[in-house]
Design a protein around this ligand. Structure first.
Ligand code: PMP
Length: 444
C-alpha cells in the first residue's frame, strides 16, 4: 500500500521527463552501494550503465562523501564574486587533469549549463560570427540553446522555436553512414564535407563535437576523424568545442576522450563524472587565449549556484579517488574484458547488428532484420515513442534485476568504473538472456 501511495505521489505530482506522463510506473529506490542499488522493498539491481553514464565511482564512496560533508559543515555557500578556498583547491586539481591548453573554468551545475556557457563564450569571442555546427546524432542538453544544438529526436519536440544559427553536420557513424559511403574508401567525407559547410555558411563561430557520441549510440569515430575535423576547425579559425559531459573522467580509459587522439579543443565542457554524481556540477573550460579575451570584455554570464562550494568540494575528492583506485588502467583492463564478452554476444544473437565501444563505454545496436533495420527512433514519428528496445530494457530491470540505459535501438553498457569481472559477467549474462526475446523478433 505504502509503495503504491509513494508511486502515486511521484507520478501525479512530479514530472517524468522526455515522455508523456501517462503510464509511468517508477521503481522507488532508497539506497545503493558499490555497483548496486536497492528499491524500497529491498530488491537489488545491478547498475550496468552508471545511470545516465554518470555514477563513475559507483555508490557510497566514503572518501568523497566525507569531503562533501566537511565542506557543508565549514562553508555551504558564498557568492561567486568571492574566492572560496575550495575553489582554489578544485581549480588546482582540475588543471592537473585537463588537456594542458585548457586553463580557465566556469563552474555551473549541469552539462546543459556547461554547454549554454560554451555557446555564449564562443559567440562573444568570435563576434559578429554566431553560427555553431552540431551533428545530427548528438545530445548537448535540454534548455533552449543546448537543445538546439542537440540533433537527435528530442529536438523534434521543440522545433521550430529553437535558437538560430545552428548548422547541422553529419556524424562518423560507419554502421549507418549518413553519406552512404564505406570506410576507409570514403576518405572520411563526413569530416572533409565540414570544410565545405564552413566556407559556404560563413559566420561560423564554433563546432561542438562529442568525441565519442554518447546517448545517440556510443558512436566511436574511425581513427582519422577526430584529428581531421580538429584540423578543419583550426584552418577555418572556428572554435572546437569538445562536449565531454559523458566521455570525460576515465570513461574511455583516459581522463578525457580527446586524449585518445592527442587533440586540444578550444573549449571543453564536462559534468557527470566530474563529481562522480555525488553533487551536481558542470564545467566549461576554455583555452588561455579565450580566457585572456575577457580581460577587457564583460563575461556576461552567471548563476547564483555557480561555483557552489559544495559542488566544488567533490572535484578534488573524486580526482584523488580516480588516482588512488588507478581508475584509468582499471578501465582499460575491464574495458577489454567487457568488449570481448559483448563481441561474443554478437556471435550468438542475430538481433545484434553492431557492438562498438572504448573503455567502459559500449553500445549494442539491435536490428530487426538482415538489412539492419532499426527497432525505432530516427525514422519513426515521436508520438507513441516507445520501441521494442525500451520494452526489453524494462524487462531486463524487472526480470533480471539489471539496469541498462537504452536508446531507441541500442543498449548503452557503461558500468561504474570500479566494476570487477564477476559483476561484468552478471550483467552480460542478463543481457544474453533477454536478447533471446530480440532474436524472436528478428525477420530474415
Ligand atoms: N552533453 C552530453 C554529451 C551529454 O551526454 C549530456 C547528458 N546526457 C549533456 C550534455 C547534458 O548534461 P546534463 O544532463 O547534466 O544537463
Amino acid at each position: 500500500m505504502g509503495e503504491i501511495e509513494d508511486k502515486k505521489i511521484i507520478r501525479d505530482h512530479t514530472f517524468k521527463t522526455w515522455s508523456k506522463q501517462k503510464g509511468w510506473d517508477p521503481i522507488i529506490v532508497s539506497s545503493a552501494k558499490g555497483v548496486y542499488f536497492y528499491d524500497v522493498e529491498g530488491k537489488k539491481y545491478l547498475d550496468f550503465s552508471s545511470q545516465f553514464v554518470n555514477v563513475n565511482l559507483g555508490y557510497g564512496n566514503e572518501r568523497v562523501i566525507n569531503s562533501i560533508k566537511e565542506q557543508l559543515d565549514r562553508l555551504q555557500y558564498i557568492n561567486p564574486s568571492f574566492g572560496a578556498d575550495i575553489r582554489v583547491k578544485a581549480t588546482k586539481a582540475l588543471l592537473k587533469v585537463m588537456p594542458r591548453n585548457i586553463s580557465k573554468f566556469f563552474y555551473s551545475t549541469s552539462g546543459t549549463e556547461a554547454n549554454e556557457a560554451a555557446i555564449k563564450i564562443s559567440r562573444f569571442y568570435k563576434k559578429p560570427r554566431y553560427k555553431i555546427l552540431a551533428r545530427y546524432r548528438s545530445y548537448h542538453g535540454s534548455t533552449e540553446g543546448s537543445i538546439s544544438l542537440t540533433g537527435d529526436y528530442r529536438r523534434w519536440f521543440v522545433e521550430p522555436n529553437t535558437m538560430n544559427g545552428v548548422v547541422r553536420i553529419p556524424e562518423p557513424y560507419c554502421f549507418r553512414c549518413p553519406l552512404k559511403l564505406k570506410y576507409p574508401d570514403c576518405g572520411i567525407a563526413c569530416a572533409t564535407y565540414v570544410d565545405y559547410v564552413i566556407r559556404q555558411e560563413k559566420n561560423v563561430a564554433a563546432m561542438i563535437i562529442e568525441p565519442i557520441t554518447g546517448t545517440n549510440g556510443v558512436i566511436v569515430p574511425p581513427k582519422e576523424y577526430m584529428p581531421l575535423i580538429r584540423k578543419i576547425a583550426k584552418e577555418n579559425d572556428v572554435l572546437f568545442i569538445a562536449d565531454e559531459v559523458m566521455t570525460g573522467w576515465g570513461r574511455v580509459g583516459e581522463w578525457f576522450a580527446v586524449n585518445l587522439w592527442d587533440i586540444h579543443p578550444d573549449i571543453l565542457t564536462t559534468a557527470k563524472g566530474a563529481s562522480a554524481s555525488y553533487v551536481p556540477i558542470g564545467i566549461t573550460g576554455v583555452s588561455k587565449e579565450i580566457g585572456e579575451f575577457f580581460e577587457d570584455e564583460v563575461f556576461a554570464h552567471g548563476h547564483t549556484f555557480e561555483a557552489h562550494p559544495v559542488s566544488l568540494s567533490a572535484i578534488p575528492a573524486v580526482i584523488e579517488e580516480y588516482e588512488r583506485l588507478n581508475i584509468l588502467s582499471h578501465v582499460k583492463v575491464m574495458g577489454d574484458y567487457l568488449g570481448k564478452r559483448l563481441q561474443e554476444l554478437k556471435e550468438r544473437h542475430r538481433s545484434i547488428g553492431d557492438v562498438r565501444g572504448v573503455g567502459l563505454f559500449w553500445a549494442i545496436e539491435l536490428v530487426k532484420d538482415k538489412n539492419n533495420t532499426p527497432f525505432g527512433g530516427y525514422d519513426d514519428k515521436y508520438e507513441g515513442y516507445t520501441t521494442f528496445v525500451d520494452v526489453l530494457a524494462r524487462r531486463l530491470l524487472i526480470e533480471k534485476n539489471t539496469y541498462v540505459y537504452n536508446g531507441p535501438s541500442w543498449f548503452i553498457i557503461s558500468p561504474p568504473l570500479i566494476i570487477n569481472k564477476e559483476e561484468i559477467d552478471e550483467g552480460v549474462d542478463a543481457i544474453d538472456d533477454i536478447l533471446k526475446e530480440a532474436d524472436k523478433e528478428f525477420n530474415n
